[in-house]
Design a binder for this molecule. Structure first.
Ligand code: FAD
Length: 468
């Protein structure tokens, strides 16, 4: 009997999963495996919130497979060693996986592919996480795009994508290899702080599909405006599902096309939404072409920026949501409690950390990495470098968001602030954005720094590196 291993990674779904089709076309049966090898992700091992998600997503995938008479085999260790063991134990002759784009993972996968092929096995990878492979798109001068709009225009010339694939008929082996129990991977926190995550999310393919359907039915049409209001349900909240590959961008494209009667780019809401999916493509493209950017600014002169030297206290206040800037604190508390933050607020808290506190953007990126359920090396790096003004197509460095003004603009009735800062919940809207103007005594800090003075310091720092 010809057997293939399906190596699941960030593609934890059965529908629109190309390698399931490739493997079932060439072999009689498949063995789905997940190899836990965080040490192979260099300094970007999954953070605590991501591990929580991964645990539940693996459980969901195993349940889906069991409904079809299969199961998910869990192992841990060095991936190549474990794959060799599994090939030997099962008599499988092939390994199939869908591609990832983090620099350390690309290097590891290349080594594994070459080694397995040399040993006479079939080792094949496929495209499942992105609409466009990063190496297939270059400017006329053969260099990579650094500006989003021309990049997205070039993508659109290659789109729409092909229709998503159905779940193929899957056949498992007569005899299954041993699997570790899921708990052996120790993905869940030892101190149970995860109740908020469990209330906010339903990891797994079925949860992703339900979320997509609900978004298309209720918020897609008004997305162009709705995405600006953190206090309302205007965005899709699909980012963790996309990161773990419980849903594919191709499935999203198809659902949005259906919801708009076949022409998504002519509907303002759908066009704006697909453009955001385009930003996700761009983030992966940038990471692929500039693999040093998770650690280093793309614009080299920013490496010399005069960051604050002593910042432990400011950083702690920011992480705890106790800066005295209500919209910033609301965002940081939403992040801590649910593992997610609205995009507009991500931009505000990041700008506040980098520009007002003058704390290196890498510190913020690390905190996000540990606390976000959607922590994604490509999108997180792009988001932080964009906000700091040191990346591709970045926000101008000298534009410093004023959190009070932004709060009044995007959370005018204070619903978002009230939701996440209980100390301010009963304040009238007139003072909710500047609560120290309120007569009653509050258990809420005064601003930890002066906005105008900190802005001036940030700009002075930028003047020093401008010419560099
Ligand atoms: C400082 C900072 C850090 C960020 N870190 C991450 C991260 O680690 N992981 C992550 O997935 N996103 C990150 N983002 C991008 C964005 O904030 C989230 O993707 C978005 O808020 C997720 O919510 P949603 O699914 O409701 O988005 P929607 O508005 O519904 O958008 C749909 C999808 O488009 C993609 N998308 C939207 N905006 C962006 C963007 N700016 N960049 C890349 N992709 C985007 C996401 O996959 C998202 O799920 C970051 C942004 C900033 C400013």
């Amino acid at each position: 009997m010809s057997i293939a291993l399906i190596w699941f990674r960030c593609d934890l779904r059965l529908a629109d999963n190309p390698v399931l089709h490739h493997a079932m076309q060439a072999h009689e049966c498949v063995i789905p495996v997940y190899l836990h090898a965080p040490h192979e992700e260099a300094s970007w091992k999954p953070g605590a919130a991501s591990r929580w998600w991964l645990h539940h997503s693996l459980a969901a995938l195993d349940a889906e497979l069991r409904q079809r008479g299969l199961r998910l085999i869990l192992r841990q260790g060095d991936s190549l060693t474990v794959l060799r063991e599994l090939l030997r134990e099962t008599g499988a002759t092939a390994v199939y996986w869908n591609r990832r784009y983090e620099p350390a993972v690309i290097a590891r996968d290349r080594t594994i592919k070459a080694a397995l092929r040399t040993e006479g096995f079939v080792a094949e990878s496929a495209q499942a996480a992105l609409l466009i492979e990063p190496w297939t798109l270059l400017k006329a001068d053969e260099t990579p795009y650094q500006v989003f709009t021309p990049f997205w225009k070039a993508c659109l010339r290659k789109l729409p994508p092909a229709a998503p694939l159905p779940v193929p008929k899957l056949t498992g082996p007569e005899q299954w290899p041993d699997s570790l129990p899921l708990d052996a991977l120790q993905l869940l926190p030892r101190i149970p702080w995860d109740a908020g995550l469990a209330m906010a999310w339903r990891p797994g393919e079925a949860g992703a599909q339900a979320q997509l359907e609900s978004f298309c039915a209720t918020a897609l049409t008004s997305y162009a405006q709705g995405r600006d209001w953190p206090g309302r349900e205007g965005v899709s909240r699909l980012s963790p599902h996309l990161h773990f590959g419980e849903i594919s961008p191709r499935q999203i494209w198809a659902a949005v096309t259906d919801a708009t009667g076949g022409d998504p780019l002519s509907s303002k809401g759908a066009e704006t939404y697909l453009r955001e999916i385009g930003w996700r493509e761009f983030a992966h493209y940038v990471l692929y072409h500039w693999p040093h950017t998770p650690e280093q600014p793309l614009q080299e002169r920013f490496a010399a920026y005069p960051w604050r030297k002593e910042y432990a206290e400011l950083l702690h206040a920011w992480q705890q949501g106790r800066t005295g800037y209500p919209i910033v604190d609301a965002g940081m508390r939403q992040l801590w409690q649910t593992g997610w933050m609205h995009n507009r607020v991500r931009m505000l808290v990041a700008s506040f950390l980098v520009k007002n506190c003058r704390i290196p953007w890498q510190e913020g990126a690390r905190w996000f990495w540990d606390t976000l359920v959607d922590a994604d090396l490509a999108s997180n790096t792009l988001g932080w470098q964009w906000t700091a003004g040191c990346g591709v197509d970045a926000a101008p460095y000298f534009r410093v968001f004023n959190p009070f003004v932004q709060g009044e603009k995007f959370d005018p009735d204070g619903a978002y602030i009230r939701r996440w800062i209980p100390e301010l919940a009963t304040l009238p809207t007139t003072v909710i954005h500047q609560p120290w103007n309120c007569a009653s005594k509050l258990d809420y800090p005064a601003p930890i720094l002066d906005f105008a003075a900190s802005r001036a310091e940030a700009l002075a720092g930028w003047e020093r590196i401008k010419g560099g």
